[in-house]
Write a protein that binds this ligand. Structure first.
Ligand code: ZN
Length: 356
């Protein structure tokens, strides 16, 4: 073993030790104590099918996932998503005047009931209607901060940002039938403008942003910027949709036109229907009829005050025109005239007939 060899080996050892030491010093900050999953490289790995044929799930290399809906892009060319499409301000139909609107719009809400999910389920604390000097253009449903808010129907996000006019964090979804749903005071948004959403997708979370005194959802339904009472369409207490097709009348675009003040059928306390179906008439039937008539008179008065005395009935299993006429005390020909149908017209379930 010669001297030169010893020096070479010693030098190599020193160099290696220095390099290792340097590397371990440099590496320390690269592995932080809290590793965020989104900081990892995100490469798409695979897609998975879902129950919805238009929706797949993309799986990424960093263990995250996202919905993938290429088919929805086809809808970009629909007039409803091309015309009056303003993602910067809340009102999008400024060029359409109230006078230009048709007297009635048939809103096809769902093909089947799986196409709807209530934005939230709960009691309406503050209804649609006049509120002091300002109008209350929607309904208020108290919730806890952070509770999810769902898209009621499929649609496209037209507006998703903080609104300084009092709405706070606001998400507006436009649906294919032209209906818009507004969701205000959210704590956090879960969508961006121009996103397509499916019914039941979480679009944001309950909060108390903007002009709000506590956590709740302020929910509005609008057509061509005009508001109407969402309780015409949604039963918030049960989370059920009231109609598959809704005849949206122009007179409903009126802050005094409340769903609760339009007479609706109510089978449970109406004795005439029971007797017509062959129930044995009990001793108090006359009293019950008198009470029902009195109630109807009161309701008619209220309806007149609210500038609408229209009466509607939604067709259920077993409904026939003759029985409806008997139930509401009108003639079959009146119902036919009001709805432009004949006594032989087949009444589809869920169809809304005007009775008076
Ligand atoms: Zn409100």
């Amino acid at each position: 073993m010669n001297f030169r060899y010893l020096i070479t080996v010693s030098l190599l050892f020193v160099l290696t030790a220095t390099t290792l030491h340097g590397q371990s010093r440099r590496r320390r900050p690269v592995v932080p104590a809290t590793l965020h999953i989104e900081d990892l490289p995100q490469q798409p790995l695979d897609t998975l099918a879902t129950d919805d044929p238009e929706t797949r799930i993309i799986i990424f290399s960093n263990n995250t996932w996202r919905y993938y809906r290429p088919a929805l892009k086809v809808r970009d060319s629909l007039p409803v998503y091309m015309q009056h499409w303003d993602t910067s301000q809340v009102f999008a139909y400024k060029s359409i005047a109230y006078e230009d609107l048709p007297s009635v719009v048939d809103l096809n809400l769902v093909k089947d009931l799986s196409g709807f999910k209530a934005p939230v389920v709960g009691s309406v604390l503050s209804k649609y209607g006049p509120r002091g000097r300002r109008n209350h253009n929607g309904v208020d449903i108290p919730l806890k901060i952070g509770e999810p808010i769902y898209a009621a129907f499929d649609g496209k996000i037209r507006y998703a940002k903080y609104n300084t006019g009092g709405f706070g964090n606001l998400v507006i979804v436009r649906h294919e039938n032209g209906l818009e749903t507004w969701h205000a005071h959210l704590s956090k948004l879960n969508v961006k403008v121009n996103d397509y959403v499916k019914c039941g997708q979480v679009i944001g979370f309950c909060g108390s942003t903007g002009r709000s005194r506590g956590p709740h959802l302020h929910f509005e339904m609008r057509y061509c910027d005009q508001t109407f009472d969402p309780e015409f369409i949604v039963d918030f207490q049960t989370g059920q949709l009231k109609y598959q097709t809704f005849a949206l009348e122009k007179q409903f675009f009126n802050i005094h036109s409340r769903a609760s003040e339009i007479l609706e059928e109510d089978d449970d306390d109406f004795p005439l229907l029971a007797s017509a179906e062959g129930d044995t008439a009990s001793g108090d039937i006359l009293e019950r009829i008198a009470a029902a008539q009195k109630k109807e008179e009161q309701q008619t008065k209220t309806a007149t005050v609210s500038s609408s005395n229209a009466v509607y009935h939604t067709i259920k299993q077993g409904d026939i025109l003759g029985r409806l006429a008997l139930k509401y005390g009108v003639s079959v020909s009146q119902i036919c005239r009001l709805n432009n149908i004949t006594p032989k017209t087949v009444l589809k379930l869920g169809r809304r007939l005007r009775i008076k």
